[in-house]
Design a protein around this ligand. Structure first.
Ligand SMILES: [Zn+2]
Length: 369
């Protein structure tokens, strides 16, 4: 089966399966969607489908061409990514070159986990010039040419204008696959000339299955991680390094503070933000875990003991049991909504400490009914 290395994304798979079958690939695609949902992986699978010696039917035992695509060493595959331009300072250039290699290796190892090693790298005009130069020749292997441009929104203005020229007069049998998680930063003249392919966030179950297959972790951790990952496989893998147990305890500790005095809460929120070093992602993870916990409490109260497999926090069964007995009238639905709203507000740069204090007060009201 084609595209079996791609998690989820059935709609995108169907689309390209059809396009390949009818040999109607467009010259330029723009893959949009969050980081870690499979855009690079799909681009590489497309390259395999095009360059494969067995017309894409070699997935169990990859042919030499498919292997070379995976390793990014196939001569007609151009993998362009943001990186600092080559500089004269030899020592610094050596470091940068090592990082460029590291990025390519990370993609070859797993395209979902492309390394990002600079704060604000750009795609310089040189890379696109080189691509245009090469594409004026015949492809090496006679199967056409594919250029993958990742983080395309990071093209310099000159680079973008040069890409525009490719789009206006596409060389024969050359396919441009541009990838962006922030497509609104691309020149409209570029995006309007590409066929836009939208990648959806992955389902938690798809992520869960993949991390269980690839990493040796216990079920509860994989369940929590996949639900915290907001649809990104990459985020889930990053989360594996974090201590979820500790985060869980912190999220319940947060909830317990809701019944304490306002003064205690203010001190606590201050401490918490210091501990998270004002890292918004960490605070969000904490609230997301609490959200999962409250949703669990809701499921637990509705379905009772018989449905333990529905719970994410299956191991927190006792705690849930005690909680629902102690607060039988808690308005769990409103608590869930309050947490969701707080998470939403955090995306809009409202003061975090304020959001947390307000949430604590709401939780107290909803739980102690
Ligand atoms: Zn092959």
């Amino acid at each position: 089966m084609v595209f079996e290395n791609i998690l989820g994304q059935q709609r995108v798979k169907n689309f390209f399966e059809k396009a390949l079958k009818s040999q109607r690939l467009s010259h330029a695609y723009l893959f949009v969607g969050d980081r870690g949902v499979g855009k690079e992986a799909m681009a590489l699978e497309l390259a395999k489908a095009l360059f494969c010696e067995k017309s894409g039917a070699c997935s169990a035992e990859p042919c030499p061409n498919c292997m070379r695509v995976s390793k990014l060493s196939y001569p007609d595959l151009h993998f362009i990514f943001p990186a600092p331009a080559i500089i004269k300072d030899k020592a610094k250039e050596k470091v940068n070159e090592a990082k460029r290699v590291q990025i390519l290796e990370s993609v070859a190892a797993n395209p979902y986990l492309r390394a990002e090693l600079w704060a604000n790298p750009m795609i310089s005009i040189d890379k696109i010039r080189e691509l245009r130069r090469q594409s004026s020749y015949k492809s090496f292997e006679g199967r056409g040419r594919i250029a993958i441009i990742v983080d395309a929104e990071r093209m310099s203005e000159e680079a973008a204008n040069s890409v525009l020229k490719i789009l206006e007069e596409p060389p024969e049998k050359m396919y441009l696959l541009m990838i962006s998680s922030r497509p609104n930063l691309l020149l409209p003249t570029i995006s309007s000339r590409c066929q836009i392919i939208k990648f959806e966030p992955l389902k938690a179950t798809e992520i869960e299955q993949a991390i269980i297959e690839n990493y040796n972790i216990e079920q509860e951790k994989s369940r929590l991680t996949s639900r915290l990952a907001s649809g990104s496989y990459r985020r889930a893998v990053e989360l594996l390094d974090d201590n979820i147990q500790e985060m869980q305890n912190q999220s319940l500790e947060f909830f317990r503070k809701s019944v304490q005095s306002e003064f205690t809460q203010i001190l606590y929120v201050d401490e918490l933000l210091k501990a998270c070093q004002r890292d918004l992602k960490k605070v969000k993870d904490l609230l997301s875990l609490l959200l999962i916990w409250f949703r669990d409490a809701l499921v637990f109260r509705e379905t009772g003991e018989s449905n333990q497999e529905l719970l994410i926090y299956a191991e927190a069964f006792e705690t849930l049991n005690n909680f629902t007995q102690k607060f039988p009238n808690a308005d769990l639905q409103s608590a869930v909504i309050a947490i969701e709203e707080s998470l939403e507000q955090m995306n809009r740069n409202v003061q975090i400490n304020l959001i947390l204090i307000v949430l604590l007060n709401k939780l107290r009201t909803f739980v102690r009914r």
